[in-house]
Design a protein. Structure first.
Length: 244
């Protein structure tokens, strides 16, 4: 059973599939061990980082970046199909036709108010295979979807994964689960903004845990406090295995 962690660099700096580390962490470890990362992985990371920074805000929502989102999705499909550490099984790679998404929508790129928790408790989060992950509850993100006031708890990993983490991990479920999106829920990586800037919840970048693509992965389950009653019609849809 492989560990499934969220990603840290614009979602697509993928973790090593067997050790559960981000690509950044793997590159550091590889350097220490004298191992050179593959050219493909390096090029992918550079392209993804460029796409995250290169798109200008559009329309009335200054935080919504449809060009960047489109570029990320193309890069992710390419990596899922060709990447050495893609979560797909070899037989699924050969049949892979791309991931499914909701169309990018500025209404789901939302400025949120961050409420820091006075005590950052360490909590035990179960996984799909009944393992336990330890995480820190660092705060709540308050936001509005349509006319509905919502909140989600933000987490940080403990140990090495927490040290490599650049932002907050926000797992969530919503009313699309089990129909349009993956039944167990989806993940968001939320950047910590500069001073006097809001936290941005861009649900257009919501992504599925690795266990949706390969049942051999161990993935955190969404805590009860992060189940939303509203529909989040943004981000990645459920992945249907081509062999089934």
């Amino acid at each position: 059973m492989y560990s499934c962690f969220h990603s840290f660099i614009c979602q697509l700096a993928h973790r090593d599939s067997r050790k559960g580390l981000s690509l950044l962490a793997c590159a550091i470890i590889a350097g220490v061990r004298g191992i050179v990362p593959t050219l493909f992985m390096c090029v992918l990371t550079v392209c993804v980082l460029a796409s995250c920074k290169g798109s200008e805000p559009s329309g009335k929502n200054p935080y919504f970046q449809p060009d960047s989102i489109a570029q990320e999705r193309v890069a992710k499909d390419r990596y899922w199909r060709e990447g050495e550490n893609s979560p797909l099984r070899k037989e699924d790679k050969a049949l892979f036709q791309g991931l499914a998404y909701f169309a990018p929508n500025p209404e789901y790129c939302i400025a949120a108010r961050f409420e820091s928790l006075p005590t950052q408790d360490t909590v035990r989060i179960l996984t799909n295979d009944n393992e336990v992950r330890l995480m820190l509850r660092v705060g709540r993100l308050h936001f509005v979807v349509g006319k509905d006031s919502c909140h989600l708890t933000a987490y940080r990993y403990t140990g090495l994964e927490g040290k490599m983490q650049r932002g907050y991990f926000v797992p969530f479920k919503d009313a699309t689960n089990g129909t349009d999106s993956y039944r167990p829920g989806r993940f968001l990586d939320v950047e910590i903004p500069r001073a006097n800037k809001p936290f941005i919840l861009d649900f257009n970048r919501a992504f599925n845990p690795y266990c949706n693509y390969n049942e051999e992965y161990s993935c955190p389950l969404v805590p009860q406090e992060n189940i939303l009653a509203v529909r989040i019609e943004a981000g990645e849809k459920v992945f249907f295995h081509p062999r089934k």
